[in-house]
Design a protein around this ligand. Structure first.
Ligand SMILES: Nc1ncnc2c1ncn2[C@@H]1O[C@H](COP(=O)(O)OP(=O)(O)OP(=O)(O)O)[C@@H](O)[C@H]1O
Ligand SMILES: [Mg+2]
Length: 223
């Protein structure tokens, strides 16, 4: 599977009533690559990710993840999803949110504890471990959400605007971490509005009004 495609979509389409949010999207995302989806508000980025994660049913076309047609529950343990709107239990502590996500993925307590340590360090929130999420700033909540999506060490990560509201220093460290994940063979699909972030991606797809209007590899972006 090393040189295969983690994701392949064929004419993937999503309609909400008469409105077409995603219009015949054809994507091929290589294993172990960072793929950026760019586009203005309403372009269809979140819609595409939700279909790929099995949260929305396509109206037409199809998508395959690791060769399995989505939706397919059996591939969910291999997928991590950080939604654009954080899905955290705000009355619970950072620690309890991470534990809960770990338990949902069937991880043992010791595995969760070890992973929690690593992730808290990565998001630089060790001191906030026992604080209710409601007491955290917007950017901090975003960091917890990112950690929750990765607790079970997924092979494929969908990150919907992972760096929004995150300060520049931490953004840089996120990108270092994404590169490290990539080096271990993990595939990352992320959305962003920042062109400088797109330049970190191996490949980008530019969406507009539900259509893929351009795609480019990193070499061409930097040219
Ligand atoms: N459940 C829904 N019902 C109706 N329309 C929807 C629904 N979800 C999304 N849309 C519409 O589909 C279009 C694409 O939305 P989507 O959230 O995928 O855009 P996006 O590219 O992620 O934008 P942003 O950069 O603002 O996050 C928008 O016009 C949006 O209003
Ligand atoms: Mg979106």
């Amino acid at each position: 599977m090393k040189n295969g495609h983690a994701i392949e979509t064929k004419n993937l389409t999503k309609k909400f009533g008469a409105f077409t949010a995603l219009d015949s999207l054809n994507l091929k995302i290589e294993n172990g690559a960072i793929h950026g989806l760019l586009g203005p508000n309403g372009a269809g980025k979140t819609t595409a990710i939700k279909i790929l994660c099995g949260l929305l049913k396509p109206s037409g076309g199809e998508a395959h993840i690791f060769g399995n047609k989505v939706p397919d529950r059996s591939i969910l343990p291999q997928i991590g999803y950080m939604p654009q709107e954080t899905a955290l239990y705000t009355e619970l502590s950072v620690h309890h949110n991470l534990s809960l996500y770990g338990e949902l993925y069937g991880m043992s307590r010791s595995a969760i504890a070890q992973r929690e340590q690593e992730l808290l360090q990565f998001i630089a929130l060790e001191k906030w471990r026992n604080e209710p999420v409601s007491n955290l700033s917007g950017g901090m909540k975003h960091r917890v959400s990112l950690a929750c999506s990765m607790i079970h060490e997924p092979k494929l990560l969908f990150l919907d605007e992972p760096t929004v509201g995150v300060d520049p220093e931490l953004r840089a460290s996120f990108w270092e971490y994404f590169d490290k994940l990539k080096a271990t063979g993990i595939t990352i699909v992320l959305t962003t509005h920042y062109m400088d972030e797109a330049q970190h991606c191996d490949k980008i797809g530019l969406l507009r009004q539900g259509r893929l209007i351009a795609g480019a590899r990193r070499r061409r972006l930097r040219a």
